[in-house]
Write a protein that binds this ligand. Structure first.
Ligand code: CA
Length: 253
């Protein structure tokens, strides 16, 4: 393999694992500082200067974490949050709210709207990075459920190390791609992932980079995966205009 091809594959492999953060802040200095700190920490950062811009960006690709200023021109941070919570595809998107208000009432309000955490301005960039890591770790811990590399969702059990998936104890005969697709869905259970995100995770990097695999291929593999999952196949939900998620019914571990 050429050095160039290897470089491309290495960068594609790492970008698939890098958490994506969307920073919504209308003050350019603060946005730049936050973006700089997070980029240095290895996050992939996108910025938006208004609530409308933020919703546009999220419509294109749902980030792993949203850092949202409450005081924005036009659509406020709270209104953005409300819209995201009302949409199944983005209801579980982790959100860190930035608030200039010191009033305790306002802070509580922000958390009631469904933010995972908040920071009061002025904040130290270091503190922001720590909070961002903490939120993402909580999300990951929750999705890894019982720990290790064994993922469970109702009757589905996926052991990444042993490369084995079972349904009610019976091995599911999955292709390597279907296996990685199921793993990607289980690792982020409840959260919507775009076709592009799934493509990056489930297909071999070379095909994804070369563009040989089209996003509609993802749809085809999702259909096959659903069939193989039998009665729980419909837990793999299509989120129109966004992608897919694994939604486990209430009350099932
Ligand atoms: Ca602001």
């Amino acid at each position: 393999m050429s050095t160039l091809a290897k470089d491309i594959m290495d960068s594609a492999a790492s970008s698939a694992a890098v958490p994506r953060v969307l920073v919504v802040e209308d003050e350019p200095d603060i946005a730049a500082l936050v973006a700089y700190q997070l980029t240095r920490e290895g996050f992939r950062v996108e910025t938006a200067g208004s609530g409308v811009e933020a919703l546009d960006a999220i419509g294109r690709e749902i980030p792993d974490l949203l850092i949202l200023d409450r005081m924005l021109p036009g659509l406020s941070g709270d209104q953005v949050l409300e819209q995201l919570k009302a949409e199944p595809a983005t209801a579980n998107l982790p959100v860190l709210v930035l608030t200039a208000k010191r009033d305790q009432e306002d802070r509580i309000e922000g958390l009631e709207l469904g933010a995972d955490d908040y920071l009061t301005k002025p904040f130290s960039p270091r503190e922001l990075v720590l909070r961002a890591h903490a939120i993402l770790r909580r999300v990951q811990d929750a999705s890894l459920a019982s720990g290790g590399r064994v993922l469970r969702a109702g009757p589905i059990r996926l052991d990444a190390e042993a490369n084995q998936a079972t349904l009610d104890g019976d091995e599911i005969n999955l292709t390597p791609t279907e296996f990685r697709l199921l793993q990607a869905l289980m690792e982020r259970r409840g959260r919507t992932q775009s076709r592009k995100q799934l493509l990056e995770k489930a297909w071999d990097v070379e095909s994804a980079v070369s563009g040989r695999i089209q996003t509609r291929t993802v749809d085809m593999h999702v259909r096959r995966l659903r069939t193989k999952l039998g009665e729980v196949g419909d837990w793999v939900q299509t989120i129109r205009g966004f992608g897919y998620r694994l939604k486990v019914p209430e009350g099932i571990e």
